[in-house]
Write a protein that binds this ligand. Structure first.
Ligand code: CO
Length: 430
C-alpha cells in the first residue's frame, strides 16, 4: 500500500499530473472518460465514468444498483493542489556573470524556509497553438531531473538567522536556473528547456502554468519505517486513499453510486471553476441522474440521501510543541483517521456526521481520533463547508494526522494510511 502511495506521489508533482495519474489508474480499472461537451449516454448500474475540469480536477462515478434518486451518492472529496511557487510570465532574470533566476509568485501557504537549498524542478502544463485561437492544445510537462535551487544567504551575512528570519516572497525565494553559456541563451533558457522536453517549436508555445516541486523522492522514515516523509501528503495521501477505496469495488456493482471528487485550488480558497466552490460537481451529478431517466426533483431527493467524506489532512500532535494543541483533543501519528470539529463551522462535521464516520471506522476495525483547535489558535479550513454552498450534503471533515503541514516535505504515518483506506473501503460497501 505504501509503495503504491509513494509511486503515486512521484507521478504527481503538481495538480495537473496528479489528475493524470488518477485518470490512468481509473482507466486501467475500466473507467471511461465522459465528454462534458456532449450529451451523457444513458446510464446503467455498474457503469464507471470520470470527467475532468481544467485538466486539474477530476470526478469519478461508479453507478450503483439502486437509482441515484432513491439512495443518493456516497462521496469522497479531496484536493490535488499543494502550496508551491508558480513561475511568472517573462520569468527570466539574468544578472552578473550570466546567472539566471526565475521570477516566481507564491501559490497557497508554503512554509517558505523549507524550500531553501534543495534540488527542485518544474512541472505543470504548457499551452501550444491548436486549430484555432479558442482551441489551443495542452501538453503536460514534468521535468524529472533536478533543475533549480533556491539558495540560502550564508550565516556570515545574517548571524540572527537561527532566531527567525522574515522572508520576502519577491526577494528571497527566487530559484537559480543556471548560467547562460552564450548570448543566444540569454532570456531563452526556460523556453529552450521547455521546447526540448516537449519536442515543440518555440513559436507554437502560447503560455504555461508551471510550478516548482521538490525532486527528492517520497520515502518511509523511522526505526520501523513507521513514518512517511514526502511533499504534498496534504492532500495527495487522501486522494490516493479515496482512489484505492473506489477501485476496491471496481469489479462489482455497488449498492449505491460512489463518487470520488478531486478538487483543485483548495489552498487558495476553492473559488474557481475547478475548485470546491464551483457548481460543476452539482451540475454533473444532476446530469447523471437525468441520464438515468431521473428528474430534477430526483436530484434534490438524491442530495438528501447522500453522505460525503471531505478528506483533508489534519494536524498530528507534535511532541516539541504540545502547548499549541487542544488539551483533550490532539490526535497522534499512527492513531487513525481524525474527525475535525470547529464551532465556527470551518469544518462540515457535526455530531450526526461525526457519529456516522466513527461508526464506519468501528465497522472497519479502525481507530479514529478527534481534532479541535486550541481555543486561542485560529487554525485552518478545508473544502467540505465550501462545497455545501452548491451541494448541501450531510458530511464529515476528516483527514489523516500529519506533522509540518505545508512544509515542502510533510511527515505522516504509514499505518494511518492503511487505516484510512480500510475506513474508506468500508464506507463504499454501503
Ligand atoms: Co489540505
Amino acid at each position: 500500500m505504501i509503495d503504491r502511495l509513494i509511486e503515486f506521489l512521484q507521478e504527481s508533482p503538481v495538480n495537473f499530473l496528479a489528475v493524470q495519474a488518477v485518470a490512468r489508474r481509473l482507466e486501467a480499472a475500466g473507467y471511461q472518460s465522459l465528454d462534458v461537451t456532449s450529451p451523457f449516454p444513458s446510464l446503467r448500474a455498474g457503469d464507471k465514468y470520470y470527467v475532468t475540469k481544467n485538466d486539474s480536477s477530476l470526478y469519478a462515478f461508479h453507478l450503483g444498483e439502486h437509482p441515484m434518486s432513491e439512495t443518493g451518492f456516497r462521496l469522497i472529496c479531496a484536493h490535488c493542489d499543494s502550496p508551491t511557487f508558480r513561475i511568472k510570465p517573462h520569468a527570466e532574470m539574468t544578472g552578473e556573470g550570466g546567472i539566471v533566476r526565475l521570477n516566481t509568485e507564491v501559490y497557497g501557504g508554503p512554509i517558505m524556509s523549507t524550500w531553501f537549498d534543495r534540488p527542485l524542478s518544474l512541472a505543470g502544463r504548457v499551452i501550444v497553438r491548436g486549430e484555432d485561437a479558442l482551441h489551443p492544445r495542452t501538453l503536460l510537462l514534468h521535468i524529472r531531473r533536478p533543475l533549480l535551487v533556491i539558495a540560502n544567504l550564508a550565516i556570515h551575512f545574517n548571524r540572527q538567522v537561527n532566531d527567525g528570519v522574515k522572508l520576502s516572497k519577491q526577494k528571497d525565494m527566487l530559484p537559480l536556473l543556471g548560467i547562460v553559456s552564450s548570448q543566444l541563451e540569454e532570456g531563452n533558457l526556460l523556453m529552450n528547456l521547455t521546447t526540448s522536453e516537449l519536442n515543440v517549436e518555440a513559436r507554437d508555445i502560447l503560455d504555461f502554468d508551471l510550478y516548482l516541486y521538490d525532486v527528492a523522492p517520497a520515502t518511509t522514515v523511522g526505526a520501523h519505517g513507521e513514518f512517511i516523509s514526502a511533499g504534498r501528503l496534504d492532500d495527495l495521501s487522501m486522494v490516493h486513499a479515496g482512489l484505492e477505496a473506489l477501485l476496491s469495488t471496481a469489479d462489482h456493482v455497488p449498492p449505491t453510486t460512489h463518487v470520488l471528487a478531486i478538487f483543485d485550488n483548495e489552498e487558495t480558497g476553492s473559488q474557481t471553476k475547478q475548485g470546491a466552490g464551483s457548481p460543476f460537481l452539482a451540475q454533473t451529478l444532476e446530469r447523471l441522474i437525468l441520464s438515468q431517466g431521473g428528474t430534477r426533483e430526483g436530484f434534490f431527493r438524491a442530495i438528501e440521501q447522500s453522505f460525503m467524506i471531505s478528506a483533508d489532512n489534519a494536524h498530528a500532535w507534535h511532541p516539541n510543541y504540545s502547548e499549541k494543541y487542544d488539551p483533550t483533543n490532539h490526535p497522534v501519528l499512527g492513531g487513525g483517521p481524525v474527525i475535525k470539529f470547529n464551532a465556527a463551522q470551518k469544518y462540515a462535521s457535526d455530531a450526526v456526521s461525526a457519529a456516522v464516520f466513527a461508526e464506519i471506522c468501528r465497522e472497519a476495525n479502525v481507530p479514529c481520533q478527534h481534532f479541535v483547535n486550541h481555543s486561542d489558535v485560529a487554525g485552518g479550513s478545508t473544502l467540505g463547508n465550501i462545497l455545501a454552498s452548491s451541494l448541501p450534503l450531510r458530511g464529515v471533515d476528516m483527514g489523516n494526522p500529519i506533522l509540518g503541514m505545508h512544509s515542502v516535505r510533510e511527515t505522516g504515518s504509514t499505518l494511518d494510511h492503511q487505516y484510512c483506506i480500510q475506513a474508506f473501503t468500508q464506507f463504499f460497501r454501503n
